[in-house]
Design a protein around this ligand. Structure first.
Ligand code: GDP
Ligand code: ZN
Length: 476
């Protein structure tokens, strides 16, 4: 990958017959020359930076019109990549943008690799690494909150805190090294100050670290499994929740075929509902599959919604299923509450309904005592969904996942680096406490500094960069 090439790519999502605008972006020294070969602006329009020209893209040889479009020129360094950038705003769909891109390539541009525009912006000092990564997060954001967090990062909030912390470490390092080199000429090292600075940096790093889980939540969402005996209303619940007809609901026990994956957004957090069904439950194997399936679903879930039929009450099969999921965070959903509350003409099942609501008996069954949140729903009447969502959010908050009120949320790579920062600083603290020679303090301090630098990109290897930018889509 040569950075002196002029690169080109389609910068907008393309799909046939969709989207009214498609953008082809060029960046590099030849951008303007290539554009001038292809774009014909009528009248007295001048090729000035940060101006929009109107005209036609024509084939340079045959002069046939490829598209009617707008052209935006951004001269270096006032562009995203800090190189000359030209954007053709073409008609949407595949044909126009694809042809314009091809013409750019014929004129000497090279097709950009994934993330190459962002990589150039980073290498040219336009953005730091945390900002570059947040571009990708913003593009992939599945909820408004995820986008917010990415924007905060993009605006440099994370980079600012990190640079501040790195600066503190560098100060301390300078003071210590001065004592190593010129011990006799300087006043003695203020060890208390060193300790205090190291402690501050460590604490603030840990605060930022605490946002990692939230970041992961915002990015990938929460995986929720709905488990329960056949016919308790799992599909109806999913249905009511997604307010769509994607889950198939039937009256016969064990004949439900549910959707594989429903994506919802609750309180800004994307929620992926893992379906526990998909296989036909037949009479004889129903119990076995039900139990086995809930075990599997629970394993990959962050949170389990265990549904029981409130009109029947807690029965032995529920206990069996509960056993398979109890090591996960569980919310107990008492569905069909409408049937449980209206006096039923038939006494069947009603005897048990009472103890469902009685904590001592719940505890006897190994339930209430564990403080499992209970939500009452009538899925077929679309009731109780708000309560369910509130309970889910409460579960997440209790885990202190969303506790940190730092706007940004870090990703896994950044988390790994910050863990190294905290570990190195702990080593510095040990070296100080053990009164080891100053050289020992500086080794770990340097580690901490370079780990912070890896997050912001001040100290980063090419392979790390490759890894980061290759996850981008082309054109970003
Ligand atoms: P699943 O096998 O657990 O997925 O159960 P379904 O969602 O297929 O529901 C089984 C039956 O119970 C269907 O006839 C639903 O209409 C009915 N049902 C589900 N939820 C409720 C509820 O809250 N109240 C009432 N009265 N019926 C419900
Ligand atoms: Zn079902």
């Amino acid at each position: 990958m040569s950075l002196s090439d002029t690169i080109a790519a389609i910068a907008t999502a393309i799909s046939p017959q969709q989207g009214s605008v498609g953008i082809v972006r060029l960046s590099g020294e030849q951008a303007m020359a290539i554009a001038q070969q292809l774009f014909h602006a009528g009248g007295k329009q001048v090729w000035e930076s940060h101006r929009i020209l109107y005209g036609y893209v024509k084939h340079p040889v045959s002069k046939t019109i490829v598209d009617e479009s707008l052209l935006l020129l951004m001269k270096a360094p006032r562009s995203f990549t800090r190189e000359d950038v030209v954007e053709f705003h073409c008609h949407g769909g595949i044909m126009a943008v694809q042809q314009v891109l091809n013409l750019c390539l014929e004129q000497g541009a090279r097709l950009a690799e994934a993330g190459e525009f962002s990589l150039r912006a980073f290498l040219n000092g336009r953005i730091d690494l945390t900002q570059a990564e947040s571009i990708n997060d913003l593009v992939g954001a599945k909820s408004a909150q995820a986008a917010q967090s990415a924007i905060a990062s993009l605006r440099g909030k994370l980079a600012q805190s990190l640079k501040y912390l790195r600066g503190k470490c560098l100060n301390v390092l300078t003071e210590i090294e001065a004592r190593i080199d010129f011990e006799d000429d300087l006043p003695p090292l203020d060890v208390e100050w060193v300790k205090a600075e190291v402690k501050t940096v460590s604490q603030e790093s840990q605060q930022i670290l605490a946002t990692a889980d939230r970041g992961e939540l915002l990015r990938t969402g929460l995986k929720v499994a709905i488990v329960g005996r056949p016919n308790v209303g799992k599909s109806s619940l999913l249905n009511a929740w997604s307010r769509s007809d994607r889950a198939i609901v039937t009256d016969l026990p064990g004949t439900t075929r549910d959707v594989v994956d429903s994506q919802l957004v609750v309180g800004g957090i994307p929620i992926q509902v893992l379906d526990t069904a998909g296989i036909r439950e037949t009479e004889d194997v129903v119990e076995k599959i039900g139990v086995e399936r809930s075990r599997q679903a629970a394993q990959s879930a962050d949170l389990v919604l265990m549904v029981i039929d409130a009109s029947v009450g807690w029965i032995e099969k529920d206990s069996e299923i509960y056993e398979t999921v109890r090591d996960r965070p569980v919310i107990l959903v008492m569905n069909k509450i409408d049937l449980a509350l209206t006096p039923s003409p038939s006494p069947i099942g009603r005897g048990e309904q009472d103890y469902i609501f009685t904590p001592p008996l719940l505890r006897e069954r190994g339930l209430g005592g564990e403080g499992i949140p209970i939500v009452k729903t009538a899925a077929s009447q679309q009731q109780g969904i708000e309560d369910l969502e509130a309970a889910i959010l409460k579960c997440i908050h209790q885990d202190a996942i969303a506790a940190a009120n730092i706007e940004v949320a870090i990703n896994q790579r950044q988390k790994a680096c910050l863990l190294r920062v905290v570990q190195s600083l702990a080593n510095v603290q040990i070296a100080i406490a053990d009164q080891l020679p100053l050289d020992f303090w500086t080794i770990d301090l340097r580690d901490a500094i370079s780990a912070i630098g890896e997050i912001t990109g001040e100290e980063v290897t090419e392979s790390v960069l490759d890894q980061i930018f290759s996850r981008f889509c082309i054109g970003k």
